[in-house]
Design a binder for this molecule. Sequence first.
Ligand SMILES: [Zn+2]
Ligand SMILES: [Zn+2]
Length: 281
Amino acid sequence: MQIRFWGVRGTIPTPGPDTIEIGGNTSCVEVRTSDKQRIIIDAGSGIRLLGKMLQNETPGRIVSTILVSHTHWDHIQGFPFFLPVFGRTNRIVLVGQKRVGRRLEEILAGQFIEPYLPYSYKSLPADLIVKEVQDGETLILGDQTKVQVAEMNHPGGCLGFRIENENTVFAYCSDVGHGDNLDENVLRLAQGADLLVHDSHFGSMEERDKYSDWGHSTWYEAAQVAIEAGVKNLGLFHYGPDLVDDEVKRILEKTRQVFPRTLLTKEGLEISLPLDKDLPD
Ligand SMILES: [Zn+2]
Ligand SMILES: [Zn+2]
């Protein structure tokens, strides 16, 4: 399984000299499987450049699945600028959940309303299929790829994903806060994963305690989940907008003291699973 990170930031894009190494685009991760499934997790601002790459690589017909963890803006704001939605021959399946009593398609279409955008969701030429899933459901994609979804603790709800392909497992658990105990669904999704990508929004426990109702985690909780779930590698992700490169690098050092097989997700980073060699810096 090939994993590529197009956006690793939380809340709002943060371009600038202090974030240039980690990157400022919001959540978007690309997964390619051995049975040629092209899965995109979340449609934050990072999805724009991914769309351009897909368009150049497969100009004829793009078929992909976008797993939408939840519809907070930093996870869908790039969708109107995802080039494949403008191609008549392309097919995009959007997978997610109803939120606040509104259908997923209605929420996505709600971004395409004047005066916020000059074109409507209905006018998009691509074949867009919206599939709503339930907590605990498993989707079968292709011949050898399975996606398990589970609801995690986050304001308004958020799905975590476990993607299994040919004996390798990638778990994506962003936008989750653990409270006093680790979220059971996160532990289940992450169990034995080759790589767990976990929310690491806050720079310190003090910050987390101050904003405990935001439903996010620190590096320390990410490491606790990694240990408890027996994952092979941990990727920190969804860095808060105020976390500049130097702080994120200090966080990596601290996390490695608790869970040595930790890496920083960064824009442009590509990982091939299983990952048993040295970790990227
Ligand atoms: Zn978020
Ligand atoms: Zn969120």
